[in-house]
Design a protein around this ligand. Structure first.
Ligand code: HEM
Ligand code: NAG
Ligand code: NAG
Ligand code: NAG
Length: 513
């Protein structure tokens, strides 16, 4: 009896003390995750006591980019501290000066996080995207060689881009136009960019636009990219993979997909080595890297060649396809802009030019309004919407914010592009004219204010190529076809490392000429 009483007392006492302690903790951590110390001089984005922004982050996970934008627009600073229970706290910024500092002025103090590097390793391997330091430097140097004007003008424009656009017209768009059926534009343009980047990278034509059936490389490539991301965002990802043989027995395993990709890549590497040995010459990335040397002065191994080329395809393919999909969507919502762009296309690109690649290249380079449209889409829908780097040592941002060693600094190109603090009261309007100066010249914003292509030494290596491919495709497609949105579809982004349209983009196709 006495025993029970004292047990009860103890339980009551423990509960009381527990509640009191929790109360005290909740008082102390009244707007942030428990045990997150407040950082002097950095305003905290207010969240719930003890949990920080955890519940909001879960509730708004599909619209997270807009959620963060709303938060920053309501605060009178541009750099803030965010805490979420269960995640390391991080510094979030939309301040162009901070972005310039982290990506450029103090480049050597900020590196890509281990986490994102490790998580994506199966497919990305050790290519340029994940690399830091010397590993990054030599890949950057070797790759820069392929990105030169002569390659762009004479090879990429005509033999790759226009050629595949013609295939797209013959095989897909003209048929759909005749039959009055709609297409998923995003799906078709993904095939186009995959085809073109695999060709630029490996010198091999997949035939992605020729068939209705997906080519095996494309299926496996897509599956791996999806799988990598699932593992980053959800611990359930690995569980799902473990249950796959039971739930979806017809699907290949992640390992089997990797094998398809490896066989494709290693097969081409072996083939190319032989051809080069016989004295053939190639302009693709693979051949470039075969004659490059790594920091130790050696030739690249087959694994390094595979990683390098695949990273380029990953870097270029989805980003360019998504930008083109968003562009078509914005044009269809804004007929005024579409008409103005069409007038520029009509004036600049007579039919004969399509067959004269160097002339087409030179013409497109001069089309100010087309560039403005492309940049304006990348302001509102930057296809790498948020990103982060880790500080190696303590540092101070230009606004005085103290960064501690190991801190994650996050910037959101999405929130930056839409912030009224940076672009003024009409920030949420689609207005390509903001990129044109009063004298009619294209006026490009600084990479710090508009980091759609990143900034500093690691600025997107493919930005000129992406812009060229994007504008060749856009101008030629607009010239040939009038697209119209299929009514009743919901257009939203899906949260991912990049920025796809979640449900695609369904459009009817009508021939103009
Ligand atoms: C509209 C299309 C594109 C956009 C918006 C874009 C944007 C970006 C961004 C934001 C980064 C920085 C990523 C990071 O380091 O976390 C990046 C890096 C990179 N991009 Fe692009 N990109 C595009 C197309 C391309 C294309 C077509 C290629 C080449 C085929 C390419 C090649 C690269 C490479 C190699 C890097 C890594 C550079 C380095 O780390 O030194 N990108 N891009
Ligand atoms: C462009 O030219 C086509 C015919 O070549 C014509 O149908 C169309 O109206 C023109 N568009 C504009 C905006 O000038
Ligand atoms: C920080 O950046 C990563 C992308 O690198 C993103 O997934 C994450 O959501 C960002 N954090 C916030 C609070 O936006
Ligand atoms: C860059 O970061 C280092 C820490 O690695 C710091 O000591 C230095 O002052 C910073 N440089 C600039 C230009 O802010």
């Amino acid at each position: 009896m006495a025993q029970t009483l004292s047990n009860n007392n103890f339980a009551g006492f423990a509960t009381l003390t527990g509640a009191a302690l929790l109360g005290l903790l909740a008082l102390k951590y009244n707007d942030r995750a428990v045990f997150t110390e407040r950082r002097e001089g950095i305003p905290n984005v207010p969240g719930m006591p003890l949990f920080g922004l955890m519940f909001e982050q879960i509730a708004k996970k599909d619209r997270f980019l807009d959620f963060f934008l709303e938060k920053v627009e309501h605060m009178d600073v541009m750099t803030m501290y965010v805490s979420v229970l269960g995640l390391p706290p991080r510094i979030m910024t939309i301040d162009p000066a901070a972005v310039e500092h982290v990506l450029k002025d103090n480049f050597s103090n900020y590196v890509k996080g281990k986490r994102s590097v490790e998580m994506t390793n199966d497919l990305f391997g050790h290519g340029i995207f994940a690399a830091n330091g010397e590993q990054w430097r030599y890949q950057r140097k070797a790759a820069s060689l392929i990105f030169n004007v002569v390659n762009f003008r004479d090879f990429f424009t005509g033999k790759v881009f226009v050629k595949e656009l013609n295939v797209m017209s013959d095989r897909i768009l003209n048929k759909k136009a005749e039959q009055g059926e709609f297409i998923d534009f995003q799906d078709v343009i993904y095939k186009f960019t995959l085809e073109t980047f695999v060709y630029l990278g490996f010198g091999k034509q997949l035939g992605a636009l020729y068939n209705n059936e997906k080519v095996p490389f494309a299926t496996s490539f897509d599956a791996c990219q999806h799988n990598c991301f699932q593992r980053i965002i959800s611990p359930l990802g690995s569980l799902r993979e473990a249950l796959r043989p039971i739930l979806r027995p017809s699907e290949l395993s992640a390992t089997a997909h990797i094998k398809v990709i490896d066989e494709f890549a290693y097969g081409l590497i072996a083939e190319r080595k032989e051809q080069l040995a016989q004295g053939h010459k190639y302009k693709d990335l693979l051949s470039r890297f075969m004659s490059a040397r790594n920091p130790e002065g050696q030739e690249l191994s087959d694994k390094e060649l595979r990683d390098t080329v695949l990273n380029f395809i990953i870097a270029g393919r989805d980003t360019t396809a998504q930008t083109l999909s968003w562009t078509i969507y914005y044009l269809l919502l804004h007929p005024r802009v579409e008409d103005k762009l069409l007038a520029e296309v009509n004036e600049s690109i007579p039919d004969e030019i399509e067959k004269d690649a160097p002339a087409l290249y030179e013409t497109i380079k001069k089309m100010a309004y087309a560039h403005a449209v492309f940049y304006e889409v990348l302001r509102l829908e930057p296809v790498v919407p948020s990103n982060n780097k880790i500080a190696l040592e303590d540092d101070i941002l230009p606004d005085g914010t103290h960064v501690h060693k190991g801190d994650q600094v996050n910037w959101s190109a999405y929130a930056m592009g839409r912030s009224k603090k940076l672009w003024g009261p009409d920030a949420d309007m689609f207005k390509p004219e903001r990129w044109i100066s009063p004298d009619g010249e294209l006026h490009r914003e600084s990479a710090a204010k508009w980091p759609a292509f990143h900034a500093g030494p690691r600025v997107c290596l493919g930005q000129a190529l992406a812009t060229l491919e994007g504008l060749v495709a856009l101008t030629i497609l607009l010239k040939r076809y009038k697209f119209a949105l299929v009514p009743g579809q919901e257009i939203v982004y899906s949260m991912s490392l990049t920025h796809p349209l979640k449900n695609g983009l369904k459009v009817f196709v009508e021939k103009r000429q």
